[in-house]
Ligand binder design. Structure first.
Ligand code: GLV
Ligand code: MN
Ligand code: MN
Length: 418
């Protein structure tokens, strides 16, 4: 191993994170961020990244759906590369660290290795994945799913946003072209994959630790529900005659919460975070409601059992209230396990950098869930204040970010030599 003195340029990195946060559609100022995939703002953020990659002398490739690869070419360019990266899309009203730390931190890891005089044998590549967040198309990680052959290309092309436009149309309008088939990566494309991310939970901060070494990523699933009742005049239709779609949906939502609370698994979490009411008028009985269900567990069988129970409850509520309930499974993914070899490499990097760490699971999902299908995978977590994420007050200190980047840099260096 080449001896390395890694010096992260923390000020520049935080400056870039702030600049990226300023490219936002949020009604509130930064650090509140909204950046939905394929919006003008997403494209502006991509342009900013491109300028950074060019300045760093990296070779940039953009695939047919906008996944962006910036490569530091190694001395053996035909060998499988070492990959890192994350996403820069941001859910409405979120914070400035989710995903961005992995992309800009990946770039800074490369820059710090360059400054240290490291010469990589394998190429090192930083990836910005398209659409890790499910905001626009209802399903997360579309970029990495497509790379890892974890979604049929037909299903991907036909995902529809709230405006009724499909993925294919929207990505074309955003300026991305080429066949969906070309997005898939060969099984030997990456020798190893490592993602740096904020923890999005409270454990590291509570234990005053610098780094989380991820051993597994919990299994996520997403469903959409539609409740069809009967609308009518809010003054004229008396209560016994009502078949209110929203009241029925509310019962189902509370049943889901009840089932999640009573699950034996402490890792089972269920969230209804998006609900649309039709016709959405003050004085009109809701005739139709659509809502989402995001449900996860480290134990996939338990997750699916809870979904089955929730569907049974929904059926009973529908019968009682004389409404119709339909559901659709958008994704139902198995968990992913980190590579023991990468866990060892990350832990060795922590020792070299003199930072404290613990092994932990990721309750949030990440593009690494899908990269694990085509490469040995690992993840490096840094603490975030009070475990807060997907909120404007999401925060990690510059020192915490810098430690994560230093560990990432050493990990990439070690993997690029192996
Ligand atoms: C990723 O953003 C997740 O919801 O876990
Ligand atoms: Mn997120
Ligand atoms: Mn993320």
């Amino acid at each position: 191993m080449q001896s390395l003195n890694i010096e992260v340029n923390t000020d520049e990195l935080i400056g870039r994170l702030r600049k990226l946060a300023s490219i936002s559609d949020c009604s509130e100022p930064p650090p509140a961020v909204t950046r939905v995939v394929f919006s003008k703002t997403d494209l502006a953020a991509r342009k900013y990244l491109q300028s950074l990659y060019e300045a760093a002398g990296l070779e940039v490739r953009v695939d047919a759906i906008g996944n962006t690869f910036a490569r530091w070419v190694g001395t053996e360019p035909n060998e499988s590369a070492v990959g890192t990266g994350s996403h820069t899309d941001a859910i409405p009203h979120s914070g400035m660290y989710d995903g961005t730390v992995g992309v800009l931190g990946g770039l800074e890891a490369i820059l710090s290795l360059k400054r240290a005089g490291f010469i990589p044998r394998r190429s090192i590549e930083v990836v910005m994945f398209t659409s890790e967040e499910p905001t626009r198309f209802g399903i997360g990680c579309t970029g990495s799913r497509a790379m890892a052959n974890a979604i049929t290309l037909e299903k991907l092309a036909n995902l529809v946003d709230d405006a009724g436009d499909n993925y294919d149309v929207v990505r074309t309008r955003a300026g991305f072209s080429g066949t969906f088939e070309s997005v898939r990566l060969r099984e030997d494309y990456y020798h190893a994959w490592v993602e740096l991310h904020i923890e999005q939970g409270p454990e590291l901060e509570a234990s005053s630790l610098d780094i989380g070494v991820v051993t597994a990523i919990a299994a996520p699933a997403t469903y959409s529900f539609e409740v069809i009742g009967v609308g009518g005049h809010a003054g004229a239709v008396l209560m016994p005659k009502r078949r209110d779609a929203l009241c029925s949906a509310a019962k189902i939502v509370l049943a889901i919460e009840y089932l999640a609370n009573k699950s034996f698994s402490p890792d089972l979490v269920a969230t209804v975070g998006h609900l649309q009411v039709h016709p959405g008028a003050i004085n009109s009985i809701p005739s139709q409601v659509r809502f989402s269900l995001d449900i996860r567990d480290t134990d996939m069988t338990n997750r699916d059992d809870v979904v089955a129970e929730a569907l049974a409850w929904a059926g009973r509520i529908a019968k009682q209230r004389e409404v119709e309930v339909r559901h659709q499974c958008l994704n139902s993914d198995p968990p992913a396990t980190s590579s023991p070899k990468i866990i060892d490499v990350v832990e060795a990097a922590c020792a070299c950098e003199n930072v404290t760490h613990q092994r932990m699971i990721s309750r949030a999902y990440h593009d690494s869930l899908f990269m694990a299908r085509i490469a040995p995978m690992g993840m490096i977590f840094i603490p975030c204040r009070a475990g807060v994420s997907h909120r404007p007050d999401e925060f990690s200190t510059p020192e915490q970010v810098a430690k994560g980047v230093a560990v990432l840099a050493r990990t990439l260096a070690s993997l690029a030599e192996s």
